[in-house]
Design a protein around this ligand. Structure first.
Ligand SMILES: [Zn+2]
Length: 596
């Protein structure tokens, strides 16, 4: 039995009618979102078949796998043909992600086919979807042909090194960027993603060559501004090739995200461990090479990635960096799969975190889904925050503790969602080196420092996406004030002068507490936090807690310089809100500023 837990950031949308009518126009009620082999399909090795399925209906789905040839599930023995059927119930808003471990039993050809169908039929709609892969394995290499021509998988020929007396020198530098639509479309770098190079000969784009290099690198990792720098030397008779090109690919993953799936674009997997995708829209560079020359220099190249995938990858890279800066003892795994989707069936979710605990007691895989029109830092880092919580509280060091997993899974929503809202804001503050983020387009900016003072007449915490869930908001804002370590001096409000209950800077503790103990409620978290701090801290923590429950209880928010009641709605009695003035703040030296 597999159990899938889902956490989401639900957005209050006024366009739910649109979503509904769009889904009615779909011709297929079931659709394969992705199907590929992960790993090197070389003789006697293990690879993974990744299969992702989406439906627009809630129904039982029968997934029939057929393995014909030299590859079949690793759990079984070798047979010429192996069939495997799975029945799952899929909610229209959910995605099915299956990973099957396959054994490559030797050399040969295999056809893997997958037929998925809904149990019920639907009028005028296709209720089946079919996919196949053809894998050819030789003693030293393999190739994969995917039925979907958009996802042609190219064979990489490794280390082709015919003898040559000609030594070529290459130096290529540039940057990988995307238009950050969340920040006035300024160009941002694709941080921590890798850039690879390959040769193409005679315009044959189906084969990418990586000749043996004398010195240098096959890959370069982008810095915070997206800069990459590749230098290598190769002894290779380029001049003997009729047409010689260099292709520079950007990896659709980074050290936080192992494989971003967003449909479209080319797709390459090759021997040598390159589980690499390019982006929708062919965002790579092809350079013509003059084989008669021995020195090849290309400066200031620009590779532009689409803005949605760019935002996901950059924010996740900063997300991992932020959390590991705050707390070094996070459990593995450190990368997570990500799927960008145009919609979640008929639901209006902005993002979802999935975690699965399989029958073989492995807390894997985990994955995040982000809706295309919510590729903004708040949502991306909120879902990543759920993943970090899972790594803290759901995983044990040996990754096999089912009871610990259940403790995490049973954690109430106010703790889970409060945590995700808090770390999303803290992470954005880290990224931009100031409170909040320049991100002002979205109407929910999710500032958990300001939130306890925001009212819209009906709700406190009205600037948070979960403003109608005060339990979530209270805990998010409580965590923010416990975590935050700004000095009081210039930021102290006179109303609270003399009260020692300001931001107290227990940045490590908010993490380690989750790591140490499963918590059944936010109040057990709070009580534990008080029990491991000194009296003064404990009093502050308590004041923060009380203030979140009762706005009359004084607490000094760090950056407010003016706080006064004003009338926000006519009525009897008139609704009152707080009018706030702010000072911008900067981080203490111990913080890293990661944005430019
Ligand atoms: Zn959430």
């Amino acid at each position: 039995m597999k159990k899938v837990f889902i956490l989401l950031l639900q957005v209050v949308l006024f366009s739910s009618l649109n979503l509904y009518s769009t889904s009615l126009t779909r011709d297929n009620v079931i659709k394969t979102y992705d199907c590929h082999i992960l790993g090197n399909a070389l003789p006697d090795s293990l690879v993974k078949l990744i299969y992702i399925l989406d439906t627009s209906v809630s129904d039982s789905i029968i997934v029939s796998y057929k393995f014909d040839g030299h590859m079949s599930p690793a759990s079984g023995t070798y047979l010429e043909i192996t069939e495997l059927n799975k029945t799952i119930y899929l909610n229209s808003s959910n995605t099915f992600l299956d990973t099957l471990e396959l054994k490559v039993w030797g050399t040969g050809n295999s056809m893997i086919s997958i037929l998925s169908s809904t149990k019920q039929e639907y009028e005028n709609k296709e209720n089946q979807d079919y996919r196949f892969l053809i894998i050819t394995t030789t003693t030293s290499d393999y190739s994969v042909i995917n039925q979907d021509s958009i996802h042609t998988e190219n064979l990489i020929v490794l280390n082709e090194s015919p003898f040559s007396s000609t030594r070529h020198y290459f130096h290529i530098n540039g940057k990988v960027v995307f238009n950050d639509i969340n920040q006035n479309s300024i160009l941002k770098g694709l941080y921590k993603s890798k850039v690879f190079w390959f040769f193409i000969f005679n315009n044959d784009f189906s084969t990418l060559y990586k000749p043996y290099i004398v010195s240098g690198n096959y890959e370069s990792t982008c810095d915070i501004n997206g800069n990459f720098d590749l230098i290598w030397q190769v002894d290779y008779p380029l001049s003997e090739r009729n047409s010689c090109k260099l292709i520079v690919y950007v990896q659709k993953s980074n050290y936080a995200c192992n494989d971003l799936v967003s449909g479209g674009g080319d797709f390459i997997i090759g021997s040598g461990g390159f589980g690499t995708r390019t982006f929708a829209g062919k965002q790579y560079l092809i350079l013509d090479i003059d084989g008669e020359e021995t020195s090849h220099n290309y400066d200031n190249l620009e590779i532009k990635i689409n803005s949605l995938d760019g935002a996901i990858l950059r924010n996740l890279a900063l997300g991992r960096e932020f959390h590991e800066t705050r707390y070094q003892n996070l459990s593995e795994p450190s990368t997570i799969g990500v799927i960008r989707k145009d919609k979640f069936g008929q639901s209006n979710w902005a993002g979802v975190f999935h975690s699965e605990f399989s029958a073989v007691f492995q807390c894997t895989p985990n994955w995040i889904e982000i809706r295309s029109d919510y590729c903004n830092p708040e949502v991306i880092l909120h879902e990543y925050g759920h993943y970090v919580h899972f790594r803290l509280a759901g995983l044990s060091t040996n990754n096999t503790n089912f009871l610990r997993y259940l403790d995490w899974a049973n954690t109430p929503s106010d703790l889970k969602e409060g945590w995700a809202m808090f770390v999303s804001f803290a992470n954005r503050s880290y990224n931009s080196n100031k409170y909040g983020d320049d991100y002002t387009i979205h109407r929910y900016h999710g500032d958990t420092e300001k939130a306890p003072f925001c009212y819209n007449g009906l709700y406190r915490f009205s600037n948070l996406s979960y403003y109608n869930q005060p339990g979530y908001c209270k805990f998010a804002c409580y965590l923010q004030n416990v975590y935050d370590d700004y000095s009081e001096n210039d930021f102290m409000h006179i109303d609270y002068d003399g009260k020692n209950n300001d931001d107290i800077g227990l940045g490590q503790l908010v993490y380690s507490v989750l790591d140490d103990h499963p918590f059944v409620s936010t109040s057990t978290y709070h009580n534990y936090l008080k029990s491991v701090t000194n009296q003064e801290m404990s009093n502050s923590i308590n004041d923060i807690w009380e203030f979140m429950n009762d706005d009359e209880h004084p607490m000094r928010p760090a950056q407010i310089t003016s706080l006064s009641l004003y009338q926000i709605a006519i009525g009897e009695p008139p609704a009152l809100g707080y009018k706030l003035s702010w000072n911008s703040m900067s981080y203490a030296n111990s913080y890293n500023n990661q944005e430019t």
